[in-house]
Design a protein around this ligand. Structure first.
Ligand SMILES: Nc1ncnc2c1ncn2[C@@H]1O[C@H](COP(=O)(O)OP(=O)(O)O)[C@@H](O)[C@H]1O
Ligand SMILES: [Mg+2]
Length: 309
């Protein structure tokens, strides 16, 4: 079974797709069979990063059952035999009537692909689609820039993802959606109160669910002047969400990145010695080291969000 790594962010334009593409390429170079899947419902563009301007098939063909097997959507990436792409189409996925079961089917098929690692590029923001897809992975990776709005949006994204995860431990899916749409929780304790949980074990269940929620963070576009206050973000998350955020790497702001995008190549291929490439290699090593650990998500005690209504 393939290991699924989702990459999310609170805000768009922070470099999520370029980081996903480069990490996918680097893991392939390190001998992993990698699939880069583009589930960015707002702006699927991973294929463009590889110069594949008109993919013959996209995930929409699978979601709408024009093809039965996900393999039929896979596109080879010419530069590397171990790297394949599942192109997305954005619009269709965003507007598609995509109930939870269909999303789950999609992810189930992901994990059955002949691959070691599936990197899933999730759209920015806190739509249900984005949160659901993000949470269906085995490992969670988030990206922010040092820009205060990006950090704040990431905090909100992680908080909502954590809350959605905890709610799923108590409520049916429909009720989860309702509980979430109605209000803005500021802490997990509030969530427990909101579900009317009087069972003294509820808090234990909630914290067990959260123990399995340990996102990683890559800070992108770091420059000498601007350093994100990662400690502050970690503290906020610990305090209000109860979850841990682990730093996976910092990528400098580097004009080579833009040159690479214009050349339809990952920067690690285009300019392997550029500062961004060096940092991405470090991040890929760190990610690989984490992936060899047992996944924190698969805690037996945490009820799966899959639990039906
Ligand atoms: N480290 C970086 N240094 C310079 N430019 C960057 C860096 N990371 C990303 N960019 C620029 O930001 C643009 C948006 O990145 P993208 O990955 O498409 O964002 P997202 O997927 O988060 O919306 C890229 O096309 C690239 O030009
Ligand atoms: Mg993107």
């Amino acid at each position: 079974m393939a290991t699924i790594v989702s990459i999310g962010s609170g805000k768009g334009g922070v470099g999520k797709s370029v980081i996903a593409a480069n990490l996918a390429m680097l893991l392939a170079k390190r001998g992993k069979r990698v699939v880069l899947a583009d589930l960015d419902v707002g702006g699927a563009d991973a294929h463009i990063l590889f110069g594949l301007l008109n993919p013959p098939r996209t995930l929409t063909d699978f979601v709408e059952r024009r093809v039965e097997r996900l393999e039929e959507v896979l596109q080879p990436i010419s530069a590397h035999p171990f790297l394949q792409l599942l192109p997305g189409t954005g619009d269709t996925l965003a507007t598609a009537n995509l109930p939870y079961a269909k999303k789950k089917r999609l992810i189930r098929h992901f994990s059955q692909l002949q691959a070691d690692v599936i990197i899933v590029d999730i759209g920015a923001g806190t739509s249900y689609h984005a949160l659901d897809f993000f949470l269906m992975a085995d490992w969670y990776l988030t990206v922010a820039t040092p820009d205060p709005t990006s950090v704040l949006d990431l905090y909100r994204f992680i908080k909502l993802a954590a809350i959605r995860r905890v709610l799923s431990a108590f409520l049916s899916r429909d009720a989860v959606s309702e509980a979430l749409s109605d209000r803005d929780f500021s802490s997990i304790d509030e969530v427990i109160q909101a579900v009317g949980e009087t069972d003294p074990n509820a808090r234990d269940t909630a914290s067990r669910t959260l123990q399995g929620f340990q996102p990683y963070l890559i800070v992108n576009r770091v420059s000498g002047k601007s350093r994100v206050n990662v400690l502050q973000l970690k503290k906020l998350l610990k305090e209000y969400v109860g979850g841990d955020l682990t730093m996976l790497g910092e990528i400098p702001d580097d004009p080579a990145m833009t040159r690479a995008v214009r050349s339809y190549l990952p920067v690690v291929e285009f300019e392997p010695t550029a500062p961004a490439s060096v940092a991405l290699n470090r991040a890929a090593d760190a990610l690989l080291a984490e992936l060899t650990k047992p996944t924190p998500v698969a805690t037996e005690s945490a009820p799966s969000p899959e639990r039906a209504a």
